[in-house]
Write a protein that binds this ligand. Structure first.
Ligand code: CUA
Length: 327
């Protein structure tokens, strides 16, 4: 079906499922405008075609030389549409202001966009590359970008707002349906813009609390902890950990450990603990050959503790063999 080209979760003809309070309001106004347009378009076109035929130039036909008019008809077709468009403007403005005005008691999530990941940070400090929210509760996104312009878009909630470097932007919504929905970056932000899609999970109250409690726990095993950090600290967006040789914007993690790293400036260095640690804290110190033009990785100085860098190192070390990558 045609609509499936436009959106992946189809509940109505044009749009994905309505999963927030905004969605019902916005779709209502959209439908009203659509139907008004259809109801005007059809009689106007029909009358136009009819008059074209009826009053066409032909042998023996003489049109009236005077321009006639009908005051009642003209006032009606000016006044009625005026009321309709003013009503549409009013409804649109109220809806827009409602989206702008942040409600008082919200569940706040700090959203960080960077090439090419989302990071969501919750009230208890938990971080996650996917968004989790509670059904029936107003959620507020406090959004910033670490590099370029991105845009936060949840089609099922009908919310979209740019995420701008150098300032905070806000957005709120109230989810009304439990389930999983798409979350996109909808502003072209570089090579891998299309990878900046993730999911939003709408939980019930207990499910949301459970998520928060689990998301804060780092795994005990050092390799597992490294993988956990890799997924949450935006390493995953650029450095693939899949089968050896798979390529992302940055060098792959798999199969790199212990091998010499050819440098952009010439020469090589061993891929060891020092190289990993230095590359995390000061990514431009030793750029790998072939990645000179890759978008510069941001420094993780102050964002990762020594112990966390060790865990990531252990994870990279574990990705050595031709064995299938751990899921
Ligand atoms: Cu971020 Cu497109």
């Amino acid at each position: 079906m045609m609509p499936s080209l436009f959106a992946d979760i189809n509940k109505s003809f044009w749009f994905p499922e309505q999963a927030s309070t905004f969605a019902t309001q916005i779709d209502f106004l959209y439908d009203v405008i659509l139907w008004i347009s259809i109801l005007f378009f059809i009689p106007i076109v029909v009358a136009m075609v009819y008059f074209m035929i009826k009053y066409r130039e032909r042998p023996g036909y003489r049109g009236s030389p005077e321009a006639l008019h009908n005051t009642t008809l003209e006032i009606t077709w000016s006044v009625v549409p005026t009321f309709i468009v003013v009503w549409i403007f009013w409804e649109g403005t109220v809806g827009y202001l409602n989206m702008q005005r942040l409600p008082p008691d919200t569940e706040d999530v700090k959203v960080t966009a960077k090439k090419w990941n989302w990071n969501f940070k919750y009230k208890n400090g938990a971080e996650n590359p996917e968004l989790h929210v509670e059904i029936g509760k107003d959620a507020k996104m406090i959004m910033r970008s670490e590099d370029v312009l991105h845009s936060f878009f949840i089609p099922a909630f009908r919310v979209k707002r740019d995420v701008v470097p150098g300032r905070y932007n806000y957005l709120w919504f109230q989810p009304t349906v439990e389930g999983t929905f798409d979350l996109f970056c909808t502003e072209y932000c570089g090579d891998n813009h299309s990878l900046m899609n993730t999911k939003v999970f709408v939980h019930d109250k207990a499910g949301y609390e459970k998520f928060l409690a689990e998301a804060i726990k780092e795994p005990d095993d050092i390799v597992e902890r490294g993988k956990w950090l890799y997924e949450r600290k935006a390493c995953k967006g650029c450095h693939y950990a899949g089968k050896e040789g798979s390529q992302g914007p940055g060098p792959s993690y798999n199969g790199s450990w212990g091998k010499p790293v050819p440098l952009a400036v010439g020469g090589e260095v061993p891929f060891d603990e020092n190289y990993v640690s230095e590359s995390i804290l000061n990514p431009i110190a030793k750029v790998r050959k072939g990645y000179e033009t890759a978008a510069a990785m941001p420094s993780y100085k102050g964002q990762l503790k020594e112990e966390q860098i060790e865990a990531i190192t252990a994870y990279i070390k574990s990705l050595q063999s031709a064995e299938p990558p751990k899921k």
